[in-house]
Structures are given as structure tokens and as C-alpha cells.
Design a protein around this ligand. Structure first.
Ligand SMILES: [Zn+2]
Length: 418
């Protein structure tokens, strides 16, 4: 959306992904990152009071709403969304990854686990969402940012808590109560559109309809934290998921920064609350991080997710993210390569020089992708180091003989030939 609110954030929406105040086009064009649930605290339409919504009992495992109810209507739309999601090319078609995510959900909440369906969605933003019918999306930008299973478990626990507490139905009834006909129409058309004209546009259309209120978010934070702690994860990790996001957001400047700080205090409040609650919960039990298990499940996707992150075009945010990921991992060739890629995008000579340094370190580290040679080739070319450009383009083709862009690289080599 035009204006400062766009990047402010993400919302946990009830439905699918949500940037509550963002217009679909804005999201598609700006691809500005989002932050899961950060906008909700600033929702002026909502009251910060538990009594704001009509009370609802928790969802019971296996529950399906009576066909005559408004809740059934809401589920029906979400069933349509899910049917399209199932066929969407954006869903990561990797059964092992889906099984892994499902395992965490089952550990958090064994009784609801059979009724929750996991969809990892390839999009470079920090978000997870849970629809009232049990459809849960986990975006790959979130998976890239989590540093261990405990952090992811907190976020999934938070989403599950919205689901169990039926926050989306409460919100839906509130919206209908306000007589917002447009919202009702939007819900129906968004349900029909998801998966057709580009997933993101459809998802964001849905997100413009719903968002959770401050009281919902607070409740889901607390309940999600309790779920993760009861499942044996270290609750201190919960606030860290937020902290990293906060650091990325702090790179914003000007108007966006002003907007950011407008929502900043609630975000800090959230981190403080989580840290305080974690302290008392942590006294009780085992404190597992699940770092190795997490690495085993997601490491093979990191290269593609890092590439998606770089292509997002938010260089400052991505730099902060990569520096955070590189902490304690400074010699990881993959992270070094993508740090170089971020610098090369800036296009200034000084940055390109720094990028070449990252590429060389990546090559020395041993686990850089073959593309590091191609990148070094382009960087050398930019720096007018022709011999070095030729050597690196050749090294790229030697490392990846079946590269899709082989012909193009050969034409560059022809062009560069002395
Ligand atoms: Zn939420």
C-alpha cells in the first residue's frame, strides 16, 4: 500500500496471509516484507479489550460447524482457498518438509494435529497463518529466519492458538456486525480468486479483510508460548523470533521509519511480555532448542530461500538478516556468497569490491554454490578486471557444465576475448 502502513507489517490473519492495511497491488509491487502480526497492535478499528468480542468456546478437536451457521460459511470459503492452495505452484512440494512441520504441530498439540494441514509456501516474507478450517501456511521467509525448532514452534503455537480460540470467527462476526458489505464481498471473491491470478494477490485480498486485534494477539502470544513450553521447547526463544524482525525493520529510513516507530512500542511490549512469561515457564521443564533437527530439515532449501530473499530487493533488511544468520556461522560459504550478492546489487564500485571479497571467502569456505564463480565473473567485469572475469566464467562452466545459462556465458567469454 502506498504509504507507511504497508511495510508495517504483517498480520496474522485469519485467513491467509495478511497485510491488513496493505492493498494487494502494493504488496505485489513492493514486496516489502512483512512481519508477522506486527500490525495488529496498531489496529484502530479494534478495541483492546477481551470483552470487545462476543465470547466463544474453544474449538474442540474434530469440530465442524453446523451447516446453517455463519461459521460454516466462513469455513466453506476457506475450504475453497485450501483446494486452490493444494494445486498451487507456490506450495513447496516436498513431503519431508511438510512431514517435519506436521511433527512439530503434533508435538505442540497432539489432539488437534490430525485436523491441521500444513502448507509450506514459497514466498520470501516472514509469515505464518492459520485459517479457521485448519489450513496452516508457513512461508519460507519465516523458515529462513528461524534459527531453531523452538522459535518455529512458538510461531506455530501462536497460530494454533488463534485457531483453537476461534479468533477468526470472532473477528468475522465483528466485521459483519459493522455492516461492512465490502468486506463480505471481498471474502467471497478472494476465496474464488486465490490460486488463479497469482497466489499473492488473492492471499492479500483476503488479508485486507481480516486481522486480529490487540487482545487476540496478546492471547495467542501467551497461549502459544504455553504450548511450546509444555512441549519441552525453550520458551526464551519466543521473543528472539520477534527481536530479529525488529532489527530488520530498524533499517528503514524516513517516512517508513517514522511509521515503524509508531508501532514500535507495542512490538517491544510484546517482546517484554514474552520474555517475562518465558522466565516463569522455563523454571518448570526441559529446555530444548532443536537446532540440529531444524538444520537437518531446512538446510537443503537455504540456497533457494536466500536467493528469494536477495531478490526481494530490500537490501538493508536482507543485510541485517544475513549478518544475523552468519553469527556463529561466519565461514558458511552459502551465507558469504549471498552477502556478496547483496553488495553487488548496490552497484557502486566500492560495494562491488567488497562483494568480491565475500565471494572469495565463500569459495575458500568450500560450500558455496557454483554460481559464486559466475558472480565473481560479473563483479570482475564491472571492475574492468577482464582476465579475472574470463577465468571465473570458465570456472563457473567447469563447476556447472549443464548450467541453463551456459550459452549466454559462452557469448560473454567470446565478447571478452582479448
Ligand atoms: Zn497472531
Amino acid at each position: 500500500m502506498p504509504g507507511p502502513r504497508t511495510w508495517r507489517g504483517v498480520v496474522c490473519i485469519l485467513v491467509v496471509a495478511l497485510f491488513m492495511n496493505a492493498m494487494p497491488t502494493a504488496y505485489a509491487e513492493e514486496g516489502d516484507g512483512s512481519s508477522w502480526d506486527t500490525n495488529s497492535f496498531d489496529d484502530q478499528r479494534d478495541a483492546d479489550s477481551p470483552s470487545f468480542y462476543a465470547p466463544l468456546s474453544d474449538l474442540t478437536p474434530g469440530y465442524r460447524p453446523d451447516k446453517k451457521t455463519d461459521e460454516a460459511g466462513l469455513w466453506m470459503v476457506m475450504d475453497q482457498v485450501e483446494a486452490k492452495l493444494r494445486r498451487s505452484a507456490s506450495v513447496v512440494a516436498d513431503q519431508a518438509l511438510r512431514d517435519y512441520l506436521q511433527t512439530i504441530v503434533c508435538r505442540l498439540t497432539p489432539e488437534y494435529c490430525p485436523f491441521i494441514r500444513l502448507y509450506p509456501v514459497r514466498t520470501a516474507h516472514f509469515n505464518a497463518t492459520m485459517a479457521p478450517n485448519g489450513t496452516m501456511q508457513v512461508w519460507t521467509g519465516l523458515l529462513l529466519r528461524c534459527q531453531n525448532e523452538a522459535q518455529l514452534a512458538y510461531i506455530l503455537g501462536h497460530e494454533i492458538s488463534h485457531y483453537i480460540r476461534r479468533h477468526s470467527l470472532q473477528r468475522w462476526r465483528y466485521i459483519r456486525g459493522t455492516g461492512n458489505v465490502m468486506a463480505v464481498l471481498q471474502l467471497v471473491t478472494a476465496g474464488a480468486g486465490v490460486g488463479l491470478v497469482g497466489d499473492i494477490a488473492g492471499l492479500v485480498a483476503l488479508s485486507t479483510i481480516f486481522s486480529y486485534s490487540r487482545s487476540h494477539e496478546r492471547e495467542a502470544d501467551k497461549a502459544g508460548l504455553a504450548l511450546m513450553a509444555a512441549a519441552g521447547y525453550d520458551p526464551h526463544e519466543a521473543a528472539k523470533a520477534w527481536q530479529g524482525l525488529l532489527e530488520e525493520r530498524e533499517t528503514e529510513e524516513g517516512k517508513e521509519k517514522t511509521a515503524f516507530f509508531a508501532t514500535h512500542p507495542p512490538m517491544e511490549e510484546r517482546i517484554d511480555n514474552l520474555n517475562r512469561q518465558a522466565k516463569s515457564l522455563a523454571e518448570k521443564g526441559v529446555l530444548e532448542l532443536g537446532g540440529d533437527r531444524y538444520g537437518k530439515a531446512v538446510d537443503r532449501f537455504r540456497s533457494i530461500w536466500l536467493q528469494d530473499e536477495v531478490r526481494r530487493g530490500q537490501t538493508k533488511q536482507s543485510t541485517v538478516l544475513l549478518q544475523r544468520l552468519a553469527k556463529g556461522n561466519a565461514q558458511d560459504g552459502l551465507l558469504l556468497f549471498y552477502q556478496g550478492e547483496l553488495l553487488r546489487r548496490i552497484g557502486q564500485r566500492e560495494d562491488t569490491l567488497k562483494a568480491t571479497d565475500f565471494y572469495r571467502r565463500a569459495i575458500n569456505a568450500g560450500n558455496a554454490p557454483p554460481e559464486v564463480y559466475r558472480a565473481l565473473g560479473f563483479a570482475s567485469w564491472d571492475l574492468n578486471e577482464i582476465d579475472r572475469a574470463i577465468a571465473n566464467f570458465r570456472a563457473y562452466l567447469a563447476a556447472k557444465p549443464a548450467a541453463d545459462d551456459r550459452e549466454m556465458i559462452l557469448s560473454y567469454l567470446e565478447e571478452l576475448k582479448p
